[in-house]
Design a protein around this ligand. Sequence first.
Ligand code: F0G
Length: 456
Amino acid sequence: MPKTLIEPFRIKSIEPIRMTTRAERERLLEEARLNVFKLRAEDVLIDWLTDSGTGAMSAHQWAAIMEGDESYAGARSFFRLEKVIQDITGMPHFVPTHQGRAAEKVLFTAVCKKGDLVPNNCHFDTTRGNLEYLGVEAVDLVVPEGLQPATIAPFKGNIDLDRVEAVLQKEGARIPFGMLTVTNNTGGGQPVSMANIRAYAALLRKYGKPFIMDVCRFAENAMFIKMRESGYENTSVRDIAREMFSYADGATMSAKKDGMVNIGGFIVLRSDEWLDEVRSDLIMMEGFPTYGGMAGRDLEALAVGLQEGLDEDYLRYRLRTAEYLGEKLEAAGVGFVKPTGGHAVYIDARTVLPDMPVQHYPAWALCNALYLEGGIRGVEIGSVMFGKRLGDGTETYHSMELVRLAFPRRMYTQSHFDYAAEVIAEVKQKAAGIRGVKITKQPRFLRHFTCECAWV
Ligand code: F0G
């Protein structure tokens, strides 16, 4: 058998991407105030800003779009998607939203109150934002190795059960439910083991707390379980996913990831206890319960996408692409979060720019350098994203300086990855010439999206 794992699809419709010259990119980045979020996408050659809503839909999904029933109430498309979701999750109640953060907002508004506390392995920033907005404390309790980029372990997304139990004992009265993010995006796209899911669920049950999973990347997590957790080698990913869901009382989903669609999300719930409250919030915030925040055609595309996202040939190829880029970075002496996660590779900027002071934002600098060198756009996960300028003008900094390269699904081929690996190796060679930045203008919240910078 040949060893090369090929893309398990062929291309039917293409979208041209445009090469730019280095001189053009220098001008474009200056115009964008040294913030790649402000670039026009058409000026980017390889766009690895996010894997969210950016993937390619299949011919089957595009065909399903024509079947969309746009009725306000009781659309056929709702019932078709409901059945698919009930089959995959085993949960009877499905509430559609326009994307993941809307699912969070609707559920949290219905269930949480000021002063509450929610444990998670790591909250994604919108999850944390939605909780904090309601006055709820969001506590991250990932296992210690989940915060060590160079440590190799199979399930670095696991939640630390000892610390969870301590929090349940001490703060039990404040906890409306426990959460778990699969895979753990903020912690490097690392998976959670079935053993950890099962034990966490049992712990929550012992203290009478419901268990809510954030399942944006549940299919990738299920494939990691198949590949890494003993006892699951011969279980289908579909059955693994079903078992994962079987331990939970509900879930929030951004369908823009493993749902293989450009927009969409949902909540699923096992019991109807919260359902009336959730549905009234949904009507206020998103729409009528049979479409939520989605068009009928989007419900159709998702009904097909969820099934395609569980295809094992696709998932094997998907996880292999990240691993493949990781091998090339290893050969080039570039450090990254190991092992590579499901949807992205997280470069450790300190291994490329060891001498750059954190005040010059090394991960942001590396992000800019990747664009200048090869037209690649990633996202900084470092002190611009997580640091703060305090009232007295002093700055706080993040513990890690990472650049995330997140891969849209079914979009880039192996030669795009080869090209990117060459660009990154080249940037590492020329690291001495990479300039740091200072922030010249910033908003109060989520500053990385809109801040303006200048070279130091
Ligand atoms: N939860 C996780 C784990 C996520 O990664 C995201 C989005 C959300 C919730 C929110 O979903 O975007 O549909 O509202 N992550 C994207 C990213 C934006 O780039 O990682 P959304």
